[in-house]
Design a protein around this ligand. Structure first.
Ligand code: AGP
Length: 608
């Protein structure tokens, strides 16, 4: 996600903005910029490099005059990383400069209307629409222009706004994206999170959705959109800067696990309108989609695991053969592919060497390539014929959680989208799935309430030698992901196994005390899983089962049960992975492992 910062006071603004942006670097970004007002004029500096490049260009900001300014680190969602797409953006009369964190869902309509009025756009971003609307509605009253502008916006925003005709005042507005106001002595700040301002002040105001702030160096006023004054007590921040980067969590991984409900909403919300799924910018035509007679899904690690889950979903919804293959295998085999094959390439980073090579191999054989990627403008996003972004924001922990969840959501949405176009599933089922997708975030929130239970379960078992994760159908894919989470951060050997396959050899490894995590929540095959639990229990295993709340007989079979809220079986992976993420986290914590940076691993494996 992007980061914003703003300052108004008696010191040069630029050095403070640049240092604040450096504090936001951990959020990940691909470009950055600042705007400062001096003598009623904007001075704007932008870069597609690091903040350090901006510092070099401005002598650490000392060369930029002016005591009021805004700054931004951009995580591209609309428009590739470039100086013209970097914030701040100016209005068409050059009187407004703005920075934005969030996604304006109706920017396309608003942009078309503004262009029809003859307003020229300098960037591909959704944000620029806001700058022009402010310009359009401004006639001396900045607050009125802001209020009118934001009332037209659909989506999320945290805005820092400057008007060259009001050079003493910094404005801010927020809806669904975090925005904090820092209260100093003869100076005040805005920022996306505490990290950027906590070195200047620990007294902050947390804004709420639908509020507008009017900030000078001596005064901070909060208003509702209608102009009603809001009074709010400041909060004293007890965190240090390091903790602030993790939002108060001990590790980025836990922060990102807890961000999953929000990330899921951000990934599906702009893509479901009136019970219809649509992907803005998707080039795949309906005709081409109907001509597809086979799907191959490829990726590495967790990205591959989302493909294993999607295979079951797509075969159910699309009634065409779906093959999933590890990219490192796919790239060296002789895959039978033709122009009617859709190859879906899944990657958080968009830079994984094996996955990029697999993409090129499939493309050379005539397949249509659809990338599902988190990093805008990454190599895989550029090489693919088409791309759907996961909008999970930057993922810092090496072990993926929120990006994995966002990939699942995009895959579900694509399955529903394609099934609707191909008329291969009933409208009733597709509507049920869309409603169920909307219910996933609160269901995941309810799993978070099990955290203490999961933490104590991890405490009882963190010295375990090795673990089997077993499951059937979609639970087999979830078993793979749960197993990978555990081994990559706690270094405990673990293996995911198709539950029905155990009896063909591997069950010889089951002995007294062997831990088996039996994923039993896929209800169509629960009875089979109960038999598998009996099978391994009879040989001495200690079984931790997952199941749907209410299936109380599971307790009679397994030693421990983690009950999760019921959801549609096709969407089960999104809920059932969460207790496994938490379990892996706490096992690694008790084993004193480096949770965010596990040994031998990189966040993106850009080499073979
Ligand atoms: C997952 O927790 C691992 N970090 C790893 O398996 C990862 O999923 C894999 O390397 C693929 O990365 P990508 O999604 O960036 O392509």
């Amino acid at each position: 996600m992007c980061g914003i910062i703003g300052f108004v006071g008696n010191k040069k603004a630029a050095p403070i903005l640049l240092n604040g942006l450096e504090r936001l670097e951990y959020r990940g970004y691909d470009s950055a910029g600042i705007a400062v007002i001096k003598n009623g004029e904007f001075e704007i500096e932008k870069t597609v490099e690091r903040i350090s490049a901006l510092k070099e260009a401005t002598q650490n900001g000392e060369a930029v005059k002016g005591e009021i300014g805004i700054g931004h680190t951009r995580w591209a969602t609309h428009g590739v990383p470039s100086e013209k797409n970097a914030h701040p953006h100016l209005g068409f009369k050059g009187r407004f400069a703005i920075v934005h964190n969030g996604i304006i869902e109706n920017y396309f309509e608003l942009k078309s209307e503004l262009e029809a009025e003859g307003i020229a756009f300098a960037s591909e971003t959704d944000t620029e629409v806001i700058a022009h609307l402010l310009e359009k509605y401004y006639s001396g009253d900045v607050f009125g222009a802001i209020s009118k502008t934001v009332s037209l916006l659909k989506g999320s925003y945290a805005l820092g706004i400057l008007c060259s005709e009001q050079p003493e005042t910094l404005y801010a507005a927020r809806n669904f994206s975090p925005l904090i106001i820092g209260l100093g002595e003869q100076e005040n700040f805005i920022a996306s999170d505490v990290t950027a301002l906590v070195s200047h002040t620990k007294n902050v105001l947390y804004t709420k959705d639908g509020e507008i702030a009017v900030i000078t160096k001596n005064k901070v006023d909060l208003f509702s959109l209608k102009g009603e004054k809001i009074s709010r007590e400041p909060t004293f921040i007890s965190w240090n800067v390091d903790a602030a980067e993790k939002g108060g969590f001990d590790h980025f991984m836990m922060k990102e696990i807890k961000e999953q409900p929000d990330v899921i909403v951000k990934t599906f919300e702009p893509r479901i309108k009136n019970k219809e799924v649509f992907f803005e910018g998707l080039k795949l035509s309906d005709e081409k989609l109907k001509s597809i007679n086979r799907i191959i899904i490829t990726g590495c690690g967790s990205a591959y695991h989302t493909g294993v889950v999607a295979k079951y979903v797509f075969e159910e919804l699309l009634k065409i053969p779906v093959e999933v293959d590890l990219a490192s295998e796919f790239r060296y085999r002789n895959p039978v592919i033709d122009k009617n094959t859709l190859v879906m390439v899944i990657s958080q980073s968009g830079e994984t060497a094996d996955t990029l090579a697999a993409l090129k191999e499939a493309k050379s054989r005539g397949a249509y390539i659809l990338g599902i990627v988190n990093v805008v403008g990454s190599s895989i996003a550029k090489e693919a014929d088409d791309v759907i972004y996961t909008w999970a924001g930057p993922e810092i922990a090496v072990a993926t959680t929120k990006a994995y969840s966002a990939q699942l959501i995009v895959l579900y949405l694509f399955g529903i989208y394609a099934a609707e176009k191909r008329k291969s599933a009933s409208a009733n089922l597709l509507n049920i799935l869309l409603d169920e997708i909307r219910s996933l975030p609160p269901k995941i929130e309810s799993v978070f309430k099990m955290e203490d239970t999961i933490k104590s379960l991890a405490k009882r078992h963190f010295k375990m030698g090795s673990v089997f994760f077993i499951g059937r159908n979609i639970d087999y894919g979830t078993a793979m992901e749960g197993s990978l989470k555990l081994k990559e951060i706690s270094y405990i050997n673990s293996e995911a196994y198709a539950a029905g396959e155990l009896k063909h050899g591997t069950i010889s490894l089951i002995e007294k005390g062997k831990i088996v995590i039996a994923l039993s929540a896929f209800e169509p095959l629960r009875d089979k899983m109960m038999s598998n639990i009996k099978e391994v229990k009879a040989r001495g295993a200690f079984v931790i089962a997952t199941d749907i709340k209410g299936n109380s007989e599971t307790h009679k079979e397994a030693d421990e049960v983690l009950y999760i809220p019921k959801t549609h079986p096709l969407l089960l992976a999104s809920v059932e992975i969460v207790p496994l993420q938490l379990f892996a986290y706490y096992v690694a914590l008790y084993n004193k492992c480096d949770i965010d940076k596990p040994r031998n691993l990189a966040k993106s494996v850009t080499v073979e």
